[in-house]
Design a protein around this ligand. Structure first.
Ligand code: IPE
Ligand code: IPE
Ligand code: MG
Length: 242
């Protein structure tokens, strides 16, 4: 690897963690065991991202569509998130990680919302790495809630109607739940599925995509660094001629 490629560290890496169920099935275990093991991969990727100098790491943990899974799986996933946050909060504070949860929080239970609030408050001033978990999130939901917010703002401030209508793409960005967070430079999906599954539809407009066969519980520091190395080889043109 040349010095030039090493220096191309993406500011924002986003991971669609997929394949927990298949990982468990391959081992004759319950699906939930795959989710447990997947938490270790999340921890490994947070460490690897901080080490590599990535400023934003986001993960897609639970989609709006995932509410349609069997209730027992949904309940165990929500419980696992509470446990994982409780287990890793002190480490995030020590390591300078700012923790953020984005998504339709109104659908989450009180216990999960309470621990999210506490983790976000405790880490709000950290600036080494921002670690974002998308929970109960979908790209279409995000765009829709942004459009609703914009319409409401216009209704409440009729004198600003034209200003709001004229604000353009970067103005609309401010209504999305990702306001203030740079768009992902690299989106990685594990488990061999080549789709976005309603993830960052707006924000991923110019992201580099990487689809790998590795199942999420096997995606650790080496796999994360391999993804960074692949990103370093990409040539981003944004529609221009180089
Ligand atoms: C990813 O693994 C975790 C979530 C989407 C919540 P899956 O649970 O989707 O695992 P597979 O795709 O069924 O193997
Ligand atoms: C996408 O995985 C959602 C998350 C990783 C949270 P799914 O396993 O739910 O996606 P599909 O159903 O295969 O598209
Ligand atoms: Mg899946």
């Amino acid at each position: 690897m040349t010095t030039e490629t090493i220096s191309k560290v993406p500011a924002h890496v986003s991971l669609i963690m997929d394949g927990n169920g298949r990982w468990a099935k391959e081992r004759g275990k319950e699906r939930v065991q795959g989710h447990f093991e997947g938490v270790e991969s999340v921890h490994a990727c947070v460490q690897a991202a901080a080490k590599a100098g990535v400023k934003y790491l986001s993960i897609f943990a639970f989609s709006e569509e995932n509410w349609n899974r069997p209730e027992a799986e949904v309940v165990s996933l929500m419980g696992l998130m509470v446990k994982a946050m409780a287990a890793y909060i002190d480490g995030m504070c020590e390591e300078g990680v700012r923790f953020v949860v984005l998504g339709n929080r109104a659908r989450l239970g009180d216990e999960l919302n309470a621990i999210i609030d506490s983790c976000m408050e405790r880490t709000a001033h950290n600036d080494r790495l921002t670690f974002i978990i998308f929970i109960s999130y979908s790209g279409k939901w995000d765009i829709l809630q942004a459009a609703k917010k914009m319409a409401l703002e216009m209704e409440e401030n009729p004198e600003r109607k034209q200003e709001i209508l004229d604000m353009g793409v970067s103005g609309f960005d401010k209504y999305l739940v990702t306001a203030g967070i740079p768009d992902p430079d690299l989106i990685v999906r594990t488990s061999g599925e080549n789709r976005l599954s309603n993830y960052l539809l707006w924000q991923g407009a110019y992201s580099e995509f990487l689809f790998v066969d590795t199942l999420w519980p096997d995606f650790r520091e080496k796999e994360f660094n391999d993804a960074l190395a692949e990103y370093a080889k990409r040539d981003r043109r944004y529609g221009k001629v180089k």
